[in-house]
Structures are given as C-alpha cells and as structure tokens.
Write a protein that binds this ligand. Sequence first.
Ligand code: 5GP
Length: 121
Amino acid sequence: MTEASGSEPSIFTRIINGEIPADILYEDEDCICIKDIAPKAPTHLLIIPRRPIPRLADAGEADKALLGHLMLKVGDIARQVGVDEAFRVVVNNGAGAGQTVFHLHIHLLAGKTYDESALGF
Ligand code: 5GP
C-alpha cells in the first residue's frame, strides 16, 4: 500500500511535481491525466486532482467544484482519445476496495468488452 496516512507525498504528488516520470495526456491547474503504469484495459487512464485528497470519502463540500471538474474532464479526455462511446469509470475507496494509492484518482477504462453483469476493471 502506498501512503495511507498522508504524511509522505503520494506517488501521484511526486508525478505531479515532476519527480517521477509518467505519460501525461492532459493537465490543467486542478488535475492531471496520466496513463496507468499497469493497464487493466487497452485504454487505462488516471484522472488525478492536484489537491491530494486521500479517498473519495475524504472529500467535502469544499471539493464540490473539483469533483465536478474531474468528472467533466473524464468525458473530455474520453472524447480526446476516441473512447467516448464506451468507457468505464472506477474509483476505489479504501484498501478493502482495492485502493493502493491514497491520493484520489478516477480510473478511465476502455477498449475491452464490459457488460452489465459485472462491475470493476
Ligand atoms: P488504486 O488501486 O489505488 O485504485 O489505483 C492505483 C493505480 O495507480 C493502479 O492502477 C496502478 O497501476 C497505478 N500506479 C501506481 N503507481 C504508478 C506510477 O508510478 N505511475 C503510474 N502511471 N501509475 C501508477
């Protein structure tokens, strides 16, 4: 598990700060979009707020606009990479749900067949 307590900068903060390389597809003043290092689908992107909210459940009223921004960016980026007709969005919240990096991020997955019978990656 990476950074549960928030005392150390997360791997994503280190990527945002340019300390660790990543394939960056998009960035603005509030978020960054990178390719996942271990893709679970042909398209597997991570939309990450610069503000290091550990988990979705830690977001509050002050994060409302940021959360909206992230979701709108998911759609924009899906259009940009040509997967807007079929993609899946996943947010893991907590270790028990499979979260390994405790810096909020949205998984954008596409390019493989998903159906309504199963959720997840
Ligand atoms: P979680 O399991 O926390 O929802 O997702 C964390 C994701 O971050 C995983 O899919 C993992 O492959 C990805 N990841 C972890 N470390 C790095 C890294 O250093 N670079 C990139 N691009 N992705 C990473």
